[in-house]
Design a protein. Structure first.
Length: 630
């Protein structure tokens, strides 16, 4: 421990600190060392459930009304608040780059003694599992092809070498650093809050440095309600896309002429039954194995396309696309209403939808990567979380999209821009070897992504509605899963013939208010770090060395060395820092389950009332959140 009983006694003679421990000597507190009492938060659960059930009822009984209202609101939102979505993505990326390269980068996401739970390879593999899914298959081949045929406004002409690279750059922009910067922000803030500050794992807990105890009241509950609603709609959009893609596969395998919304709802219903069985039967371990197989199959399919597709073309395209992405990043980030209506239309269909999707996914993915990143430094966490998954997704989109564009150049049927997003995937594989089995593999991968996404997101939402309980009640888990399915159905019905439109409009509308929450989270996270024990020690070190050098020169000229001894008033390392302020000390005062102060010895880890943690209870839900994102 960084402090001893003797040093604590010396400190307490001068000033009172919780447990006679100076804030610069606190080793950090993990949430599982705290004495928390978990229960269903009736306000958070009740209010959110009432709102969602009312929305689902409205959407199923009158989908045309939902479509009309959402379309009108969507048009207003894109014109007046579209800039906010761009802004929050830049905030996430900028905040995490600042933290990584600042003095805060050395701070651990855990106590001073914590070591990473997973090897770096396993950690990255699990992180990648949190960021892939149906999106690679739904948009991987189709988005670059679409941008190649019809480039974004004010860029280049379509079907040219310039549009080829612009198409990849635009796709990388949507799926790369911006998304993972935001995930890193939420994941880092949650991991820091839970594993270094000892707070329960709730989105509202990350705001403690800004609003103090108020976050335990109405304000905190409002934030958690917004986080659950955002997760519900973001995951529902993913489930809707999964159903659309699975439906296309079923159409190809079965030979039916058309997949209607009714058939998509049937598919969602069947997959919902599979989810419920998974959630209540305790087969999460089997689902975990399926998730690992799924990730392996996904990477295997990408490698298969790379080897059997236009390999030489792709080898040249990978570095060119990445460099063009870097070259065009600021230009793409700067597109907004000021560029005209064409740009707004493009943003509505593409960029804004992605930004909204990622914003809605942040509570879900953030909580997952927080749980697997305990013990990492903020520098390693931020840089790896942003760089590695982005690079892998860029490779996947280059391989899938480059192959689709190559097939178009060869005038292969189905690659003229007339096919839907879900058709392009199967059309691409139909022009590669082993097409007699690849549709079945694709359907299997998509089905497992659907079930594991629903399972994992439901656990996260149940945790958020159960005061941060890492092992929430299964009934609550199933309830939120059924709500997700209901919202997915409403999205498909509201979209009418164009199901994707309903998914996009509603996702964007829900994400806009939560974008404001994320901006405040960035501010709260940085403010939290300024009073971290490691940051305090760094501040004292700079002041002590600076003061010592000045005093040494004053008293001894060139011939002096540094030693530690009491300083004159006003010349001490902490003379300009109030180490007794409540905002610096209140967080490490230990309490019992009822919130009453209890003395605690940081040097021995002993509670004054003799309480010891229950090490036999299994509260690790990391394995329940293995494979998730779009």
């Amino acid at each position: 421990m960084p402090n001893s009983p003797d040093s604590s006694q010396d400190i307490s003679d001068e000033a009172h600190y919780p447990h006679d421990t100076h804030p610069g000597l606190v080793p950090g507190i993990s949430v599982d060392e705290q004495r928390n009492k978990f229960d269903l938060d009736k306000i958070v659960f009740g209010v959110t459930a009432a709102l969602i059930i009312a929305f689902i009822t409205w959407g199923i009984t009158n989908p045309d009304s939902v479509s009309s209202v959402s379309s009108s609101m969507f048009g207003w939102a894109m014109t007046n608040t579209g800039w906010l979505l761009n802004f929050v993505m830049l905030i996430g990326l900028g905040t995490m780059l600042y933290i990584a390269f600042s003095r805060y980068g050395r701070i651990k996401l855990g106590t001073d003694e914590d070591q990473p739970e997973f090897s770096r390879f396993s950690w990255i593999a699990m992180m990648f599992g949190a960021g892939i899914g149906v999106g690679i298959f739904f948009f991987g081949p189709s988005e670059p092809l679409w941008h190649y045929l019809s480039p974004p406004p004010h860029t280049v002409e379509g079907e040219t070498p310039e549009s080829l690279h612009q198409a990849l750059a635009q796709s990388h922009f949507h799926w790369g650093l911006s998304a993972w910067g935001l995930y890193a922000l939420v994941g880092g803030a949650l991991a820091y809050s839970s594993y270094r500050r000892g707070r329960v794992t709730l989105i509202s807990s990350t705001f403690r440095s800004l609003f103090g105890p108020k976050m335990e009241g109405v304000a905190g509950r409002l934030v958690d309600i917004m986080a659950i609603i955002a997760t519900l709609f973001g995951t529902a959009a993913t489930l809707g896309l999964s159903a659309i893609q699975v439906g296309q596969g079923v159409q190809i395998v079965s030979g039916v002429s058309e997949i209607t919304n009714t058939m998509l709802i049937v598919i969602i219903s069947v997959l919902t039954i599979c989810f419920v069985i998974s959630a209540v039967s305790g087969v999460s371990k089997g689902i975990r194995y399926l998730s690992n197989i799924n990730i392996s199959l996904t990477l295997g399919l990408v490698l298969f396309v790379f080897i059997t597709g236009p390999t030489l073309f792709l080898l040249n395209l990978i570095p060119s696309g990445i460099l063009e992405y870097g070259n065009q990043f600021l230009s793409m980030a700067g597109k907004s209403l000021s560029w005209g209506e064409e740009t707004i239309d493009f943003q509505s269909s593409w960029t804004a939808f992605y930004w909204a999707w990622w914003i809605a996914w942040t509570p879900f993915v953030g909580m997952f990567i927080a749980r697997i990143s305990r013990g990492r430094t903020l520098r390693e966490f931020a840089l790896v979380t942003m760089a590695i998954p982005s690079f892998i997704l860029i490779l996947a989109f280059t391989i899938f999209g480059g192959t689709a564009i190559s097939l178009h150049r060869e005038n292969v049927a189905g690659f003229d821009g007339s096919s839907s997003e879900e058709q392009v995937l199967f059309d691409m594989f139909s022009n590669l070897p082993l097409y007699s089995i690849t549709p079945f593999i694709l359907i299997f991968v998509l089905v497992v992504f659907f079930i594991t996404s629903a399972d994992s997101a439901s656990v996260v939402m149940a945790t958020m509605s159960s005061q941060g309980n890492p092992a929430p009640n299964k009934t609550v888990v199933v309830f939120w899963g059924l709500c997700m399915m209901g919202i997915a159905v409403v999205m498909l019905l509201a979209g009418g013939e164009s199901a994707l439109t309903g998914l996009q409009n509603l996702t964007i509308l829900i994400a806009i208010p939560f974008a404001v929450v994320l901006i405040f989270m960035a501010v709260a996270f940085v403010k939290d770090l300024t009073t971290d024990p490691a940051a305090i020690r760094h501040t004292y070190a700079k002041a002590a060395i600076s003061n010592a050098v000045v005093r040494g020169l004053e008293e001894h000229g060139d011939d002096f060395e540094l030693s530690i001894e009491p300083a004159e008033e006003g010349r001490g390392a902490g003379s300009a820092f109030d180490s007794t302020a409540d905002r610096i000390t209140e967080w490490y005062q230990r309490t019992d389950e009822e919130g009453n102060d209890v003395d605690y010895d940081y040097s021995t880890g002993e509670w004054a009332d003799g309480w010891t943690p229950d090490t036999t209870s299994d509260t690790d839900t990391t394995n329940n959140t293995d494979s998730k994102n779009a």
